[in-house]
Design a protein around this ligand. Structure first.
Ligand SMILES: [Zn+2]
Ligand SMILES: [Zn+2]
Length: 557
C-alpha cells in the first residue's frame, strides 16, 4: 500500500502478549497527517524477584510524545489498574483530554487525591452508553459486564470502517451491578457492519461460560449465614458487586460490615457517591471492630493478592492494630491469585490456618468468578458483531493464540495476531502489520520513571544475587602504589571453605594484578582499575563459584 493513502491503523503500545499495561492507539489519515486516539493507559505489576525495588511497569509512550500534536485524546474503558493505572504518572507528559464514564472518573479522582504531589487532571465525563467525537473518530461507549462497575467497550466509527474495541468484558445476565453487557447495541453494530473486533483474550483457554456474579452472591450469603464466629471476606476493592453482595448477605443475618484497608474505604466511598451501593446500610470503620460481638460482624479486607502491606497480611501476622481473628472464625477469599502472586497468597493463607482460622477459597466453593469471557461467550460476541477482522488482545501468547483459533473456526475472514509496537493497517485492503512503532516499558522506581533498557534494575538484581566488592587504591604519577589498597565487601560471605577471608583474597588479587602489570601501564588509572577488577572477580569467583560486581577507584597522587 502506497504511503500517503488514507488509512485506519491500530497499534498496541502495551497489553498484547501480556495481561496488564493496556495501551492501544488508533490512527486515521495519511501517514504524515494521521490523527490518533489513545484507549487506556494501564500498568503492570512487577514481581520482586525479577524487578527488585520496582513498584509498577508502565508503557513507554515515546511514540505518542513524537506524535503529540496529532493525538486527540485518551479514552478510558474502565477503572482497573491495568487500564488506567499509568495515567497519573504519564498524563503530565501528554496533557491530553481524557474521557471516562462517571465511576471511572470518580475512582480516578479519589486515587489521585490519595497520591502525594499528583497534579490536577481534568476528566470529561461521558454518560453510560454515551457517544462523542474526537476529530474524525465517532466514539460510542457500550456497557459490558465485568468485575468492576462501568466496564465499557468502544465502538469507533470512522470513514474507513467501524471498530469494536471490547475492553474487558463477560456475559453475565445477572451481574449484581447493572447494566449487563449491552447485547442489543452489539447486535445492532453487527447489522450495520463491523470492520474489526479487538477483543479480550484472558479466558480464551476456558471452555463454557463464566458463572454469574449472582451465583457468587448466593454462595457468600450461605457461608456468612452458617458462620458462628467472626467472618472476614477479602476481594479486590474495586469489585463493587462483590462488596454489595457481602453487605447484603451480612445484613440478612444481622451482621455489621467493617471496612479494613484504605483501598476498600476509597472504593466504597466512590461507589456510594455514584449510586452503586444504594440500599446498602452504612459501613463501619475498623476502629469499632473490637466492640462488635463475633457473630455480629463481617470484615471486608484488602489484601486478596497477598500484598504484604495490606490489611489481610497484617491480620495473618497477628499485628493488625484493630482487627483480629481466631479459632472458630472464618475468612473467605473471594478472589483468585493473579499469576505471580500465588506465593504471597499462600503465605497469608498458611498464617491464618496456623491461627486456627477456617479459610475458604474458590477451590471448594463458588466464591469467585472471573470478569473475562470464556469460549462460549467469545463465540457469542463474534456471532453478534460478525467482524471481518478479529485481532486478539489482552492476553498472553497462549490466550491470544486460542482466541485466534476460535475466531477462525467461527468463520471470521481475517484473524491477525500482533505484538506490542506493531502498526496494523485495518483498512483499506487486507489487515496486516505494515510497520513498527517504538514501544517498551518504563519502571516506576521510587518516585522516578526509568527506561527498562537502562541498567539500573539489572544491576540491582545482580547486586542482590552476588554482592559487591569496592576497591580503592592510590598510585603516583610514576606508577608506584601508595599505601595498601582498601577493599570492602558487601553481600559476600566472609570466608571461603578453608577459612580464608574473602577480603584478603580480594586484597591479594589486587596487589598481584598490579605487580604483574608492565611498568608503563601502571601509570594508566583505567588500565589499573580494569586489571584489578578482573583479578578480584576471578579470585572471589574461584573461592565462591559466584562472581560479584566489582568497582575499583584509582586515585593518582
Ligand atoms: Zn478489567
Ligand atoms: Zn484488563
Amino acid at each position: 500500500m502506497a504511503n500517503g493513502g488514507d488509512e485506519l491503523v491500530f497499534a498496541p503500545l502495551g497489553g498484547v502478549g501480556e495481561i496488564g499495561m493496556n495501551l492501544a492507539i488508533y490512527g486515521l489519515g495519511a501517514e504524515r497527517s494521521r490523527q490518533w486516539i489513545i484507549v487506556d493507559v494501564g500498568v503492570s505489576f512487577a514481581s520482586e524477584e525479577q524487578l527488585p525495588g520496582v513498584d509498577l511497569i508502565l508503557p513507554d509512550i515515546r511514540y505518542l510524545l513524537e506524535q503529540r500534536k496529532n493525538v486527540l485524546g485518551i479514552v478510558l474503558t474502565h477503572a482497573h489498574e491495568d487500564h488506567f493505572g499509568a495515567l497519573i504518572d504519564l498524563w503530565p507528559r501528554l496533557k491530553l483530554p481524557i474521557y471516562a464514564t462517571p465511576f471511572t472518573a470518580a475512582l480516578f479522582e479519589a486515587k489521585r487525591l490519595g497520591e502525594r504531589g499528583a497534579p490536577e487532571i481534568p476528566i470529561n465525563i461521558v454518560p453510560l452508553g454515551g457517544r462523542f467525537s474526537l476529530g474524525p473518530f465517532d466514539i460510542e461507549y457500550v456497557s459490558m459486564a465485568h468485575s468492576i462497575p462501568e466496564s465499557n467497550g468502544l465502538i469507533l466509527r470512522t470513514r474507513l470502517g467501524t471498530v469494536l474495541h471490547t475492553g474487558d468484558w463477560k456475559i453475565d445476565p445477572t451481574p449484581v451491578i447493572e447494566p449487563p453487557t449491552d447485547e442489543a447495541k452489539l447486535r445492532a453494530l453487527g447489522n450495520d457492519g463491523c470492520l474489526a473486533l479487538l477483543g479480550d483474550s484472558t479466558n480464551a483457554v476456558r471452555e463454557g461460560r463464566s458463572p454469574s456474579e449472582t451465583d457468587v452472591a448466593k454462595t457468600l450469603a450461605a457461608l456468612i449465614a452458617s458462620a458462628r464466629g467472626r467472618v472476614g471476606v477479602t476481594t479486590f476493592a474495586s469489585n463493587v458487586a462483590r462488596i454489595r453482595s457481602v453487605a447484603l448477605a451480612a445484613a440478612g443475618c444481622d451482621r455489621e460490615v467493617v471496612l479494613v484497608g484504605r483501598a476498600m474505604e476509597r472504593v466504597a466511598q466512590v461507589a456510594r457517591e455514584t449510586g452503586y451501593l444504594e440500599g446498602v446500610k452504612d459501613f463501619r470503620s475498623a476502629d469499632v471492630y473490637g466492640y462488635l460481638p463475633p457473630d455480629k460482624v463481617v470484615a471486608l479486607c484488602t489484601g486478596s493478592q497477598g500484598e504484604p502491606r495490606a490489611a489481610l497480611a497484617r491480620i495473618a501476622e497477628g499485628n493488625h492494630p484493630e482487627v483480629t481473628f481466631g479459632r472458630g472464625d472464618r475468612i473467605i477469599f473471594s478472589s483468585r491469585a493473579i499469576p505471580g502472586n500465588e506465593k504471597g497468597v499462600s503465605r497469608i493463607i498458611n498464617g491464618l490456618v496456623d491461627q486456627g482460622i477456617e479459610v475458604i477459597t474458590d477451590r471448594t466453593h463458588l466464591v469467585h468468578v472471573s470478569g473475562h469471557p470464556r469460549r462460549a461467550e467469545l463465540l457469542d460476541m463474534i456471532g453478534w458483531v460478525r467482524p471481518k477482522i478479529l485481532i486478539p488482545v489482552h492476553g498472553e501468547a497462549l490466550h491470544m493464540a486460542e482466541h485466534a483459533t476460535l475466531a477462525r473456526q467461527a468463520g471470521v475472514a481475517q484473524v491477525l495476531q500482533c505484538r506490542n509496537g506493531d502498526l496494523v493497517r485495518l483498512a483499506p485492503g487486507t489487515a496486516e502489520v505494515i510497520d513498527e512503532v517504538p514501544a517498551g516499558r518504563l519502571y516506576k522506581d521510587g518516585s522516578l520513571l526509568v527506561g527498562a533498557e537502562q541498567r539500573t534494575v539489572a544491576d540491582r538484581r545482580r547486586l542482590g544475587f552476588s554482592g559487591l566488592v569496592s576497591v580503592a587504591l592510590a598510585v603516583t604519577d610514576r606508577g608506584e602504589l601508595v599505601g595498601d589498597p582498601e577493599v570492602e565487601l558487601t553481600g559476600i560471605p566472609e570466608a571461603d571453605r578453608d577459612g580464608n577471608l574473602m577480603a584478603q583474597l580480594a586484597f591479594d588479587a589486587v596487589l598481584e594484578a598490579f605487580d604483574s602489570m608492565p611498568r608503563p601501564r601502571r601509570r594508566d588509572p583505567d588500565a589499573i582499575a580494569e586489571a584489578a577488577r578482573r583479578a578480584v572477580r576471578a579470585a572471589i569467583g574461584a573461592a565462591w563459584n559466584k562472581k560479584p560486581m566489582c568497582h575499583v577507584h584509582v586515585l593518582t597522587v
